[in-house]
Design a protein around this ligand. Structure first.
Ligand code: AMP
Ligand code: MN
Ligand code: MN
Ligand code: MN
Length: 346
């Protein structure tokens, strides 16, 4: 059984290494019954405006009762809803509107470790934010070009150029873009395999990255009116002791939340992150880290916050977007219909 949460605060568009345009992502969010989504591309906010615009357009359709207003098509067509009469969702159009939170996922370097910090509720037009985006753009482009050159020497055709062509203009090119290209070229069994064969530390197309410090990044997120969230803390290859040190230093720098729930995460890991939230008095966030259509990591998929943490949307910063303490997480339990379960795979 799979659950789909109506809140997802971590996902990508083709403004970085996601496969969908911001508008397509928003359409998918309605299809999966989401009520709040944060657009968090790597190191830039270029996808936010289109997403906000698309949601405003579709929310208006829902509230006007237009015949072509969005419906929960994805769930309807691909899954059976469990524990609900007739396996159908019955929600009024007003309960299906979608809030878009402007966000970003910044890359930082912490003792040689690549640490990601999500900024939620930031003003994309803030000067400090734009300055950091510009700085990271230079570093990212240099690294992406260097990775491209290595892959070219390994026999790939125009790797950098093709990554750019596949993404939105001006996109942030990450190893995720390259991994997809390598997979498409048939040189790896999966995106993950492409990482293992070519892109991770020690492999032939690896290029070291040097991002900014956590302190500076958190400062910029706060200056831009946002809330800093430590992204997927259990995905870093560090011990519990190092993780506690990371959370301690992140909080000292002004960080306020931990991404407690992410897709494909073990219950044990979530429980540990809940403990850290209590110990360091942090708010809790949740996000799928959706990049592409696939079976295991999708919008809202298998993420949920337990009731003994304080959700990040209780923060006054997110109240501004219509969230706040009254905003409720809602989980839909589904099972995929058989034919889709076999055809949809990552
Ligand atoms: P970068 O910031 O350029 O180092 O690229 C990081 C991105 O690569 C992440 O956000 C993921 O999208 C992707 N990524 C990292 N590790 C893996 C992996 N093992 N398999 C697939 N994608 C990965
Ligand atoms: Mn990514
Ligand atoms: Mn990340
Ligand atoms: Mn991410």
């Amino acid at each position: 059984m799979t659950i789909v949460s109506n809140i997802d605060f971590h996902c990508h568009t083709n403004a970085s290494d996601g496969g969908l345009s911001p508008s397509e992502l928003i359409d998918r969010a309605y299809g999966r019954g989401l009520n709040a989504i944060a657009i968090t591309d790597h190191d830039l906010t270029a996808g936010v405006a289109d997403a906000v615009q698309r949601a405003a357009f579709l929310n208006a359709k829902l509230l006007n009762g237009d015949a072509d207003a969005p419906v929960e098509t994805y769930i309807k067509e691909n899954a059976e809803v469990n524990g609900v009469d007739n396996g159908e969702l019955h929600r009024a159009p007003s309960e299906r509107t979608l809030i878009v939170i402007p966000g970003v996922e910044f890359s930082t370097t912490w003792y040689d470790e690549q640490i990601h910090i999500v900024g939620l509720g930031i003003d994309p037009n803030n000067d400090s934010l734009k300055e950091l985006e510009a700085k990271l753009k230079v570093a990212r482009t240099q690294r992406a070009v260097a990775i491209g050159e290595k892959l070219k020497r390994l026999g790939f055709d125009r790797p950098y150029e093709r990554c750019c062509e596949q993404a939105r203009e001006g996109a942030s090119i990450t190893r995720g873009n390259y991994a997809r290209l390598i997979f498409q070229d048939g040189k790896a069994k999966s995106v993950d395999d492409a990482f293992h064969k070519f892109l991770r530390r020690g492999q032939d197309a690896y290029v070291k990255s040097v991002w900014g410090p956590i302190e500076e990044t958190v400062e910029v997120i706060k200056a831009a009116g946002g809330i800093a969230v430590l992204a997927h803390p259990r995905r870093y290859k560090i011990s519990n002791m190092r993780l506690r040190k990371l959370v301690y230093e992140f909080k000292k720098a002004g960080g306020e939340a931990i991404e407690v729930s992410s897709s494909q995460q073990r219950q044990l890991d979530r429980d540990y992150l809940v403990q850290l939230c209590h110990k360091y008095e942090m708010l809790a966030s949740l996000g799928s880290d959706f990049h592409n259509e696939g079976f295991h990591r999708d919008l809202g998929q298998n993420i949920d916050l337990p009731s003994d943490v304080t959700p990040v949307w209780h923060s006054p910063i997110l109240e501004r977007y219509g969230m706040g303490a009254n905003f409720k997480q809602r989980l839909v339990h589904i099972t995929y219909k058989k034919e889709d379960a076999t055809s949809a795979s990552e």
